[in-house]
Design a protein around this ligand. Structure first.
Ligand code: GTP
Ligand code: MG
Length: 223
C-alpha cells in the first residue's frame, strides 16, 4: 500500500472566505501555479479523470493532486500507485473545502515544483459549490447514470463552474440520458460554459478536455 501524506484541514470560521480565496489566487498568480477545483457527486469519476489527465499531460506539465475526503486515503493511494504525486486532505466531517483549508493543503506541497495542482473536492453536488476555494478554474463532472436532470436540481453547481464534463458516456446506450436537453439546461444557467463528453473508461472524448485544461494552465502561467 502506498504511503500517503495526510493533512487534517480546518475551517477558519472567522475568516471572510471570498477575501481568503482572492488572496490565495493572488499568491498562486505570483508563484505561477494553476489550481483546478474539481467537483462532482460521489462516484462521478473525479479520480478517474485526474488519473487520465495526469497520464496524458505529465510529460508537458508538472502536475500534483490534492485529494479531499471526509475519511479514507483510497483516492490518494490509487493515484500514487499510478505514479501521480498526490496528498490527502481530511475535512473533519465537512462536506466542502473553503479557501483556508485549501491553503493548508497547498502548504504541504512545494509549489515551486509544480505548474498545476488539481484539487478533488469532497464528493457532493451541493456544498462544494457554495465555497470559493481560491482555485483559478472550477469544473463540475456529471456522470451519465446520475441523469440529465441534475442542472435543474443542483443549479448552483452548474452556474458557478468554468467547464462541465459529462463522464461515463459509454453508458449512454443503457441510460435515458438526453445530451441535448442536458446541454440546454446547463446553458440556461451558464450560457458560455464548455461541455466535454468523455468516457474515462474508453478514453472517448478526452482530447478536447485535455486541450482545454492545458490551455487554461498555460494562460495562467503566462499571466
Ligand atoms: N463505465 C465507466 N465507469 C467509470 C468511468 N469513469 C469512472 N468510472 C468508474 O466509476 C467508479 C467511480 O469512479 P471514481 O473516479 O472513483 O469517482 P469519484 O468521483 O472520484 O468518486 P468519489 O471520490 O468516491 O466521490 C469507479 O469504479 C470507476 O472505475 C467511465 O467513464 N465509464
Ligand atoms: Mg475520488
Amino acid at each position: 500500500m502506498a504511503t500517503v501524506k495526510l493533512i487534517q484541514v480546518k475551517e477558519d470560521i472567522l475568516a471572510d472566505n471570498s477575501q481568503a480565496a482572492t488572496s490565495l489566487r493572488g499568491d498562486l498568480r505570483r508563484k505561477g501555479v494553476f489550481l483546478l477545483n474539481l467537483m462532482a457527486a460521489p462516484g462521478a469519476g473525479k479520480t478517474s479523470l485526474i488519473r487520465e489527465t495526469a497520464a496524458q499531460l505529465s510529460k508537458d506539465l508538472r502536475l500534483a493532486v490534492m485529494e479531499a475526503d471526509i475519511d479514507s486515503t483510497v483516492d490518494a493511494e490509487a493515484l500514487i500507485q499510478s505514479g501521480v504525486h498526490a496528498i490527502q486532505l481530511h475535512t473533519g466531517g465537512l462536506c466542502h473545502l473553503d479557501a483556508a483549508m485549501v491553503r493548508q493543503g497547498l502548504a504541504e506541497l512545494d509549489l515551486s515544483a509544480w505548474d498545476a495542482v488539481i484539487l478533488e473536492n469532497v464528493g457532493n453536488l451541493v456544498c462544494p459549490a457554495e465555497f470559493d476555494t481560491g482555485a483559478v478554474k472550477s469544473v463540475a463532472i456529471l456522470s451519465v447514470p446520475e441523469g440529465d436532470d441534475k442542472p435543474l436540481k443542483y443549479p448552483l453547481m452548474f452556474q458557478t463552474v468554468d467547464a462541465v464534463v459529462v463522464n461515463k458516456t459509454d453508458y449512454l446506450s443503457l441510460a435515458a440520458f438526453d445530451l441535448i436537453a442536458f446541454g440546454d439546461r446547463v446553458r440556461r444557467l451558464n450560457p458560455m460554459v464548455p461541455i466535454f463528453e468523455v468516457s474515462c473508461r474508453t478514453g472517448d472524448g478526452l482530447k478536447p478536455w485535455m486541450d482545454w485544461f492545458q490551455s487554461a494552465v498555460r494562460e495562467w502561467i503566462r499571466g
